[in-house]
Ligand binder design. Sequence first.
Ligand code: PMP
Length: 429
Amino acid sequence: MNLYVLLGTTTSKTIILKRADWSARDKPLVEASHSKRDTRSFLREEYERLVTQDLDWRIRVLGSNSGPWGVVSGKKTLILCSNNYLNLTNHPKVKKAALDAIEKYGAGSGSVRPIAGTMNPHVELEETLARYKRTEASLAYATGFAANSGLIPQLAAEGDLIISDELNHGSIIDGVRLSRAERTVYKHRDMENLGKVLNEAENKNYKHILVVTDGVFSMDGDIAPADRMVELAEEHGAMTYIDDAHGDGVLGEFGRGITSHFNIEGRVDVEMGTFSKAFGVVGGYVAGSRDLVNYALNKSRTWLLSASHPASVVASCRASLQVVQKEPEHLRNLWNNTRYFKEGLKKLGFDTGSSQTPITPVMVGDSSKARRMSEMLFEEKVFALPIIYPMVAREKARIRTIMNAGHSSQDLDYALNAFEKVGRVLGII
Ligand code: PMP
């Protein structure tokens, strides 16, 4: 009998050595090509390719909090690209909640949620969130990304179908990729097309159908027609999943999100969102029925196998939810600023795309021009990032601006002046 020792596996071949022939240790039966294979050069080559194509990320570092203004790359700059919609990252109650929780619960949770990492503040956050979202229950995840990538693959398995908007966020796309279900996309926000896909699905014998969409699309600031989507899904017995990352704290009464905006509370099976944007902290969640939460916490590997947040983080998230309900002025300011800034850009002659929310793209077209515009704005002390291919189509590069409730009208005039100056130099207006 020949026993073989496995020396290693490569993508192309397995290297084996006959046990009887120990002397051949230095000389495998199948010649290894390890010595010829460079394990690292592709890292630099790929990076250099991105640089050549002007597609690499150049990271700017903040030397201050993320506010309406901040110190960015050492310079005091107006910030127009953070997701801190309501300026709650700096709210005294949100900060104090973290400090108090650290005193009582320490800096870390010490474990994953199912073992020893569920503390009172985790449970309190979930109860507060469920009341705010008007759902039976909710479950906090480490991030929104972890919620999407951990739960979606558990909701649809082999024999099921996932139907996804073509412009859904990358974390949804990754969640869908991890599922063994069949998958298809419908045209962006096109409910006629979704209806057609659902009709076609009736001819196949899927056990479950999951329809998934962003609530507010992060690149264009447009809103999914969730009311129609829910009707269609109800007609066809499909489950609905809405990622409200950019609708949380922004849409609906007290910023309750897209279900409040369309008056469809209780009709979306999975409401997913994040505390990292309007709520000003970090962390993902799902909200829905008690059955959903029981299922999600027993099935999502990102929830089961990854450490829970320190109590300070979840305590801050809960304080944010309390602030948005007690202090509606932040939401009012956000929308006043949004209207003022959008109007100002349009009057100057900029194309602001199809935005319906505080995410306002300033369409530029070419990726290199968008980058140049961002750099020129930064020279004018305005921090607004370009969104370029592959995040959007090649000819649809833009500067994406996001309003903050803390911006004053002087701040917005300052930004509009900078956009006008730079836009004229670049021939955009
Ligand atoms: N969904 C959408 C639509 C998002 O924009 C984001 C954040 N970029 C996420 C999910 C991920 O959320 P988090 O930052 O909490 O991981």
